[in-house]
Design a protein around this ligand. Structure first.
Ligand SMILES: [Zn+2]
Length: 310
């Protein structure tokens, strides 16, 4: 008697079924990869268009006055921006992601505050550094040239605490704008001094013109850029530069309000010189940190608000 042939049929069809399934799987993987590649390209194009659409703006504020309108930071080197954009998606450290976005100019909703303290160091710089350390906030010190053991210790401590030691000329003498070579020499003198005191081989390359760039002139601004400096003015002013500075609550509200109206704020103040500003710092930092703002030290490859662009 012959046996039933059903099992033979099943064996014959099984390899075809496996082959068909395998081919389908490969097809699905290829389609998924193509879609992913297409989406990545679209995101790249979108980012490039956003960068191209960014425009620089400037304000007419002076060093002691609040600017009349909200600024967006100016765009810097487009090559740097393109490089930064290309690498940013790979960063996982939140701080590195923020820094990468600052380099690329992709700052929508980024909530970054650059506190800047001008004209120090003074005998009160240590108090300012203590407050920053208490809140793990970083800032930028636009110093002039100060002698003495305390000042030297402060230049070193600013760097040791992870803040930016920036250049605000040796003398803070406005008349040097009329003599560009003397002006550059004044800047270089502080640069050399900072290197000597801190033991660094390179300084931050972050610069602020005394009185802001609108107080200088095109020749001096061009000369500074040519010498490798990135200069910054500000878009939030504490108003503490006057001889009759505001009380701490006013300083706090002015700065907090100003920072809320910018994605990237550069805050001008003189906390090492003005006690009311020092007293306002804890409230300012605490309030803004609780609202998601990050206090970062300036770096030479970010873009900053500028009054005079050349
Ligand atoms: Zn100054």
């Amino acid at each position: 008697m012959r046996k039933k042939s059903t099992p033979k049929v099943k064996i014959k069809n099984l390899p075809r079924f496996i082959t068909f399934s395998f081919m389908s799987l490969i097809l699905i993987v290829m389609i998924t990869m193509s879609l992913f590649f297409l989406m990545t390209k679209m995101v790249e194009v979108f980012n490039a268009q956003r960068l191209a659409l960014q425009t620089s703006s400037s304000s007419n504020s002076t060093e002691n006055n609040t600017p009349k309108a909200a600024n967006t930071p100016t765009t810097a080197n487009s090559k740097q921006e393109a490089n930064a954009t290309a690498t940013s998606p790979k960063n996982t450290d939140p701080l590195e992601t923020i820094k990468s976005r600052l380099r690329s100019g992709d700052t929508d909703g980024i909530k970054v505050v650059f506190l800047t303290f001008d004209d120090g160091p003074t005998e009160h710089t240590g108090e300012v550094l203590d407050i920053l350390n208490e809140y793990d906030a970083k800032a930028t010190f636009f110093t002039t040239l100060h002698d003495g053991e305390n000042a030297k210790a402060m230049y070193r401590q600013i760097v040791a605490d992870g803040n930016t030691l920036a250049n605000h000329t040796s003398s803070h003498d406005y008349s040097l704008y009329n003599n560009p070579e003397a002006f550059y020499a004044d800047v270089d003198q502080l640069d050399q001094y900072q290197k000597q005191v801190t033991g660094q081989t390179e300084t931050s390359h972050v610069f602020r013109f005394p009185g802001g760039s609108s107080n200088a002139n095109e020749t001096c601004v061009q000369g500074i850029v040519k010498r490798g400096w990135n200069y910054s003015d500000w878009n939030v002013s504490s108003g503490d530069g006057s001889s009759d500075p505001p009380l701490k609550d006013v300083v706090a509200q002015t700065i907090i309000g100003g920072c809320r109206s910018h994605d990237v704020s550069v805050v001008l103040c003189h906390a090492e010189l003005k006690p009311e500003t020092r007293a306002a710092l804890p409230t300012i930092i605490e309030t803004l940190q609780s609202e998601g703002y990050t206090f970062l030290p300036m770096e030479s490859d970010y873009t900053y608000p500028r009054q005079l662009e050349v």
